[in-house]
Design a binder for this molecule. Structure first.
Ligand SMILES: Cc1cc2nc3c(=O)[nH]c(=O)nc-3n(C[C@H](O)[C@H](O)[C@H](O)COP(=O)(O)OP(=O)(O)OC[C@H]3O[C@@H](n4cnc5c(N)ncnc54)[C@H](O)[C@@H]3O)c2cc1C
Length: 412
């Protein structure tokens, strides 16, 4: 990491419109080191859970608004339009951007949801610490009885004057053990049908009544947790959106997650000017690029990868427009396919070394199956596309118009 710009630098905001791609790179050169052919990015969980690189990168880039250029400059962005933001994202792939996994929910999901649904006070309180990497967020949606059927969330929030009292259990809460804040979907009115009685809150993770218990994963990580919430009190100022509008806010969060907002964000793709994308260049020492069968498979995955990126970009632009659309489901299926393709192609290329826990591509290979589950399973994305894009008949949803507490009693 190089020197960071000062907070008062007048050139730090609103000027990318006049900047060429070379200007952008000149600015980034002052902040970040470039990738070289020898650079291999570290991956969280592969030997280290060190948060420092990510924090240092975000602290260095926040003054210029480089990492979230489309956010307002006052909140850690630089008011960039989609073209400018795309240009910057492309340029960043040439630099040593660390694995931002711990920060991804704040940067890619909570931040955009707050921009769409938060009050001015909430934006001022939370967005800049997210952009600066000083506060980490987690997503408290799933519960033992609410995964694919997310609207079945049962964690209760009961109003008590200006406060809410939260009680219940979340599970699979990624990054919870690092998180300062959680965005938490809770049931405020059990008498309403399941989608209607939900409200979104922000929860301080180290407050009394919030107990985070990490779970082991098959890739060796302990990156997600069960979170037990027992009469945790939060002020009404930490409610996002209106009471009963939690599903709408949740859909915004999920639209951004499916468009890639929850992904790791490292500079691993290679710029469009680079002749060989970085992940393929990393395979050169294995000899795979000279073996016709491997080479064919690699190019196939590269094509999938590029289509996945463009689809995700299109879905992210649509989600930024404020109306969650099924585009996120198509994007998620494609990015899962390209992630798996890259992982499995890399694994095949490196051979037996890929079975070693510190082997090239090991962590990606053993993480790959989870990509089809997190953020909504492949089956659920296909259901959404079938119903909302192809117009196929919907699934029977017998409990849609029934009070949530009645449906829990087994009436449907
Ligand atoms: C690595 C990882 C990280 C995660 N991080 C988070 C997080 O940070 N925050 C959070 O809130 N959640 C998180 N999750 C949870 C994730 O969103 C859920 O696991 C997912 O939505 C599936 O829910 P479930 O596990 O309850 O499975 P279930 O909903 O019980 O599904 C089981 C199986 O049934 C299938 N199925 C269910 N319903 C249907 C249907 N209607 N049609 C067709 N098939 C169906 C599913 O596709 C799946 O194969 C994470 C999960 C993983 C694996």
């Amino acid at each position: 990491m190089r020197n960071s710009r000062s907070a008062g630098d007048p050139g730090s905001c609103n000027d990318v419109g006049m900047m060429t791609a070379d200007d952008v790179r000149a600015e980034l050169d002052a902040l970040l080191a470039r990738r070289t052919a020898e650079t291999r990015l570290t991956t969280m969980g592969a030997g280290s859970d060190d948060l420092d690189d990510g924090r240092a990168y975000l602290a260095a880039t926040v003054e210029g608004g480089w990492h979230v250029p489309h956010w307002p400059s006052v909140h850690g962005g630089r008011d960039a339009d989609p073209n400018e933001a795309g240009e910057i994202a492309t340029a960043l792939r040439d630099y040593l951007v660390p694995d931002l996994y711990p920060f991804a929910i704040g940067l890619g999901m909570v931040g955009p949801a707050l921009l769409a649904h938060g009050t001015d006070e909430q934006k001022s309180q939370w967005l800049r610490p997210i952009a600066a990497g000083s506060e980490i967020w987690c997503q408290m949606f799933s519960e033992p009885e609410a995964g694919s059927d997310l609207a079945n969330v049962g964690l209760r929030a009961v109003r008590d004057g200006d406060e809410w009292v939260l009680t219940g259990q979340k599970t699979w809460t990624s990054r919870a053990m690092w998180a300062d804040w959680g965005i938490c979907l809770a049931r405020t009115d059990p008498e309403q049908p399941k989608h209607k009685g939900l409200t979104m809150f922000c929860v301080l993770m180290d407050q009394p009544g919030v107990d985070v218990r990490p779970l082991g994963q098959m890739n060796g990580d302990t990156h997600f947790s069960e979170v037990f919430v027992s009469e945790a009190r939060i002020g009404d100022a930490w409610r996002v959106g209106d009471v009963g509008e939690g599903w709408r806010v949740a859909m915004t969060v999920l639209a951004h997650e499916r468009a890639g907002g929850g992904s790791r964000g490292g500079g691993d793709g290679g710029s469009k000017k680079a002749r060989t994308p970085n992940w393929i260049a990393d395979l050169r020492p294995t000899g795979a690029l000279d073996r016709p069968v491997d080479r064919n498979a690699i190019v196939g995955v590269h094509v999938l990868d590029m289509i996945g990126r463009w689809t995700a970009q299109r879905a992210a632009d649509a989600a930024r427009g404020g109306t969650p659309s099924p585009a996120g489901s198509g994007a998620k299926l494609r990015t899962v396919a390209s992630y798996k393709g890259r992982a499995f192609t890399t694994n095949r290329a490196v051979g037996a070394d890929g079975m070693l826990s510190d082997g090239h591509g090991y962590i990606e290979t053993i993480t790959a199956p989870s990509m089809s589950i997190r953020g909504g399973t492949d089956e659920i994305q296909r259901n959404i596309l079938g119903e909302r894009v192809l117009g196929l008949p919907g699934e029977p949803r017998l409990d849609r118009d029934v009070a949530w507490n009645e449906s829990r009693r087994g009436l449907v």
